[in-house]
Ligand binder design. Structure first.
Ligand SMILES: Nc1ncnc2c1ncn2[C@@H]1O[C@H](COP(=O)(O)OP(=O)(O)OP(=O)(O)O)[C@@H](O)[C@H]1O
Length: 589
């Protein structure tokens, strides 16, 4: 799970300002509009008070119409300017949301696969959606409401005090209590909000995992168990939401009640003052309207603070992702190696790699050399480190310098894009995107011509099958399209790698679901152009591996034997026993 950075309040505020900076014109425009609205809002009660006093002294229909029209005009103007302020500030909120989603996605694409092994998709998705949404509300609603509250108090209070200091202070005497209550509740609200967001992440994770593993759940009949786990997490979410709702339901009515109390105080003392003629009716009405004006921002203070705090939690959760530096990145002085200059010579020297959460190395002082254009098989028992080696070559793993060399150059000194452009790597699980088969094949070169796509598919021995698909190369595959068999998926993934025509091809058990005969045919086709391509064929299919120029035998993270099929059989070592086991299994099949 992504750990939260210790940002502190000022750190969070700085980040918030950084989010707002690109949209400051809109924000300032919105704040200026709010200022004008509040200025007009402060003037209106004064105008009404004056009108009441004037008309009370001498009734004049023309003056009534004049005041009515003036009030309607000013109120309409206020409405228009308030609309503009909302459009600008809420619009800035939407833009911040857009920017954050862009940044998050861009950032996630820069991180190495191990990050995604450590952080669940459900948690990342929940952060990219609900947390970004919370920040949008912080920028939109909370900012607007906070600015409005400051202006409302800043402009209204002095005028109220000028009208009648005693009565005004009496009416707002309860407001410090309002602030005290809000402050007392704020830490509790924040902690409860964090619990809700955490529960939501856990629930998203479970849904995500269960949808991916639905077949497994059914095979093992674990529906009821999964349902129980879901119930448990859903209960947690419900409980956390209810705890939060309870706190809010105590807080917000309490705030509302305090505000009403201030009106009561005003009415109680004000009506007596009018009777005693110590305050004019117009002034009293103005004070009533001013208190009324303060009710909304004061009552909203709770929401504003909650939205702000929820947004603060979300800023931490988003920054926890954005602050992770990619562990595998270009060195500042990275060397360029354009694809057309790559020979395809590979050398590993004492290559050692230990997974972060493991005590024993997966690759242990592994050394070998492969000549450009050679076709080499890598075989070995399960778990001996073959896949680890395959992902170390294009630096999908964080390997130390001076261990792997491409054409004599330490690969950690090469530009990552160049290194990965030189190596077409087909991993064990042939992942396909939910798009057409054509787009899947030309994924590494989206502009590749139809002819090139067909050539790659033919080499991967999948072309004839594609012609039988409903829309041939335009057939959708994956969730919204047809389901391919394991072998078809693997050959499509192989076609994708062949299309980019990289100087080095690494097949990591990439033909495991393809029958031995087809696998050998594919290798044969590759062999015909092997002068231009170095091939590493990692496989348990020893009959196909036997056709390679050379075989490297791995065990316990390093190479224990190497040679041709004949040489290795004659040596009578690990390869020979793997071969005998393979022959036995083949005869039983
Ligand atoms: N992401 C990982 N985190 C921790 N350990 C891992 C990880 N991936 C692999 N390992 C461990 O590293 C060792 C080598 O695994 P690797 O997948 O490279 O073996 P392999 O030879 O490709 O196996 P197979 O023939 O089953 O594909 C194993 O002990 C495995 O458990």
């Amino acid at each position: 799970m992504v750990s939260l950075p210790k940002a502190g309040r000022s750190g969070r505020f700085r980040r918030l300002l950084a989010y707002l900076r690109p949209h400051q014109t809109k924000i300032w425009g919105g704040i200026a509009a709010l200022f004008i609205v509040n200025l007009l809002g402060t003037y209106l009660p004064l105008l009404i008070g004056t009108a009441v006093d004037e008309l009370q002294a001498k009734f004049d229909l023309q003056r009534v119409v004049f005041y009515a029209l003036l009030l309607i005009g000013l109120a309409s103007l206020m409405w228009l300017i308030r609309m503009a302020s909302r459009l600008w500030i809420f619009g800035a909120g939407r833009l911040v949301e857009f920017d954050l989603k862009q940044r998050l996605f861009e950032h996630l694409l820069r991180l190495e696969p191990s990050y995604f092994a450590e952080n669940t998709p459900g948690d990342l998705i929940s952060r990219a959606t609900s947390d970004v949404d919370n920040i949008r509300r912080l920028v939109g609603f909370a900012l607007l409401s906070a600015a409005n509250t400051v202006f409302a108090y800043g402009m209204t209070l002095p005028v109220m005090l000028a009208i009648h200091a005693g009565l005004s202070l009496g009416a707002i005497a309860v407001y410090p209590a309002v602030l005290f209550i809000v402050q007392t509740f704020s830490d509790r609200l924040r902690a409860e909000q964090l619990d809700v967001q955490q529960s939501l992440s856990e629930l998203s994770d479970l849904i995500q995992e269960d949808m991916s593993g639905i077949a497994l759940i059914k095979i093992y009949g674990q529906e009821a168990n999964e349902q129980r786990q879901f119930d448990q997490l859903n209960q947690d979410l419900l409980r956390n939401n209810l705890v939060l709702a309870k706190t809010r339901n105590i807080l917000f009515p309490l705030l509302g009640g305090m505000v009403s109390l201030s009106l009561l105080i005003l009415l109680w003392f004000g009506s007596r003052m009018i009777a005693a003629n110590t305050i004019q009716v117009g002034d009293f009405i103005a004070l009533l309207l001013y208190i009324e004006r303060l009710i909304f921002p004061t009552a909203l203070l709770g929401f504003t603070i909650t939205t702000y705090q929820r947004g603060e939690v979300s800023i931490d959760r988003i920054e926890a992702i954005l602050s992770v530096e990619p562990r595998i990145a270009d060195a500042p002085d990275a060397l360029a190696l354009p694809r057309d200059r790559v020979q395809g010579h590979l050398r590993c020297q004492n290559l050692t790699f230990t997974y972060p959460n493991r005590s024993t190395p997966a690759l242990n002082h592994l050394s070998f050399e492969i000549q450009a254009g050679e076709m080499v098989a890598i075989v070995g028992p399960i778990g001996c480190g073959k896949s680890t080696l395959a992902s170390a070559l294009p630096r999908l793993l964080e390997i130390a310098p001076n261990q792997i060399f491409l054409d004599g150059i330490d690969i950690t000194r090469l530009r990552l894009a160049d290194l990965r452009g030189a190596i077409a790597y087909v991993p064990q699980d042939s992942f396909l995107f939910s798009t057409t088969i054509k787009n899947n094949i030309r994924y590494g070169e989206p502009d590749a011509t139809e002819l090139k796509v067909i050539a790659a598919a033919s080499q991967a021995q999948i072309h004839n099958e594609i012609l039988n698909f409903p829309k041939q190369y335009d057939t959708l595959v994956g969730e919204r399209g047809i389901t391919l068999s394991g072998g078809q998926r693997q050959r499509t993934a192989l076609a994708r790698a062949l299309l980019v025509d990289a100087p080095i091809l690494v097949l990591d058990d990439a033909l495991a679901s393809v029958d031995n005969q087809t696998a050998s045919q594919i290798l044969q086709a590759l062999r015909q152009q092997q002068h231009t391509r170095t091939v590493l064929f990692i496989s348990h299919q020893l009959s196909a591996a036997a056709t390679c120029d050379r075989i490297l035998v791995m065990d316990g993270g390093h190479i224990v034997e190497q040679g041709t099929h004949g040489e290795l059989l004659a040596a009578g070592g690990l390869y020979q026993s793997l071969w005998e086991q393979y022959q036995l299994e083949s005869s039983l099949r």
